[in-house]
Ligand binder design. Structure first.
Ligand SMILES: *Cc1c(COP(=O)(O)O)cnc(C)c1O
Length: 388
């Protein structure tokens, strides 16, 4: 089976882990946690980084620090992994689910911008926070969102869980990486993400006070000193030294991982020229990290499950793009903005094998199987039925 995305742990991971075990430094206080935070901040180009137990935990704390709480509204992408919306729910805030735009598949920032301006003109309540997701490794268009922050004080939190290393090119944001433009940015180190710590996340920010409060909230809001005194309800959200040791080793390999993902995307683009699919977005102002290389099948209602079944039967690990958050049971009644772009992405989209170690031969096999399945999905479907 060609896996969808498989971690590579061939660097210093085992050596650093062995050191943690030898020294007994396994818990959330330890030199690798500090080192991971320092080196991660330098790698993405921000002043401060706070390691967390997961990407979801990072988002929860970042949203709370941006002001999300009961009675407030957070505008969030509907085309995303459910964790982006769950983090809003944990804070008690009300989500406003925003549709995608077709160029990058990310939150339609122009649409949200115009809606906020319209509400302001009518004297109606505005969203308090925007949580923008950089889906699948392509940067979202954040310029209209930064304008909302400047004009109306709408805070910006970036869910960059899937987009470590993605950046903007040209213009005033040239060279800036995703996660560094909002008030706070969040990353994930889950097993299938660009780098992994087994499980983990990071909050980044340029504001020292936000970083200090993030660290405080992730450590049970315990005040310094010998007594167990806490000034608010915090969380046990810190990353362990064991996990951070793996993170430091993974970070050493990040440039190589990103180069591999970008080479893989370039090869897919080349190989897919003869196949009638829409390739992954790549805007001229963006340098995507291509976390999972994804495509759209042709036509408004393609037999996506047939194609996925055929590819899986051929031993190729693929998966559909997400069912949008507004179609998920817990959020079916949530307020929405926009149309059906996210739904179309789900109906037509799938992610192809994207491991950093994927061989050119396996990529070729993937594209051939995809082309064959598009010619006749039913023919290759005798044994497997897609479970969704
Ligand atoms: C993976 C992911 C998260 C959650 O990260 P975990 O580390 O799994 O908690 C949040 N948002 C998006 C878009 C993700 O892909």
């Amino acid at each position: 089976m060609i896996p969808l995305a498989e971690p590579q742990l061939g660097g210093n991971e085992a050596r650093y882990l062995a050191e943690c075990i030898r020294t007994g430094m396994v818990s959330s206080v330890g030199p690798y946690v500090e080192r991971f935070e320092r080196e991660f901040a330098a790698a993405v180009g921000v002043r401060h980084a706070v390691a967390c137990a997961s990407g979801t935990a990072a988002l929860h704390v970042a949203l709370r620090l941006a002001g999300a709480r009961a009675g407030r509204t957070v505008a969030v992408s509907t085309f995303t992994f459910i964790a982006s919306a769950n983090a809003v729910h944990y804070t008690g805030a009300t989500p406003l689910l925003v549709d995608s735009e077709p160029r990058t598949w990310n939150l339609d920032a122009e649409l949200l911008h115009d809606e906020v301006v319209r509400r302001a003109r009518l004297g109606r309540p505005l969203p308090d926070v925007v949580e923008v997701v950089h889906a699948l490794g392509h940067p979202a268009d954040v310029a209209p969102l930064l304008e909302l922050r400047d004009r109306f004080g709408v805070r910006l939190v970036e869910d960059a869980a899937e987009a470590l290393g993605a950046a903007y090119t040209g213009g005033p944001m040239d060279g800036r990486q995703v996660g560094t433009l909002g008030d706070l940015g969040c990353f994930s180190f889950n097993g299938n993400k660009t780098i992994t710590t087994g499980g983990g996340g990071m909050i980044v920010t340029d504001e020292a006070d936000l970083a200090r409060r993030a660290r405080h909230l992730t450590t049970q809001a315990k005040l310094p000193g010998s007594g167990y005194t806490h000034d608010t309800v915090g969380y046990n959200y810190r990353l362990t030294n064991l996990a951070a040791a793996v993170g430091v080793a993974q970070l050493e390999q990040l440039p190589r991982f990103l180069a591999a993902k970008r080479a893989l995307a370039a090869r897919y683009e080349q190989m897919l020229r003869a196949v009638p699919v829409v390739p992954a977005p790549r805007e001229p102002w963006a340098s995507p990290s291509h976390w999972l290389y994804s495509i759209l099948l042709p036509g408004p209602e393609p037999d996506r499950d047939g194609v996925i079944g055929a590819l899986r039967a051929a031993g190729i690990g693929v998966r559909p793009l997400w069912l949008p958050v507004h179609r998920q049971a817990p959020y079916a009644a949530a307020a929405r903005l926009g149309g059906s772009v996210a739904e179309q992405l789900h109906r037509r989209g799938l992610s192809l094998p994207s491991s950093t170690g994927l061989s050119t031969a396996d990529q070729g096999r993937t594209v051939s199987a995809l082309a064959a399945a598009l010619r006749d999905p039913a023919a290759a479907l005798p044994t497997t039925r897609l479970r969704t």
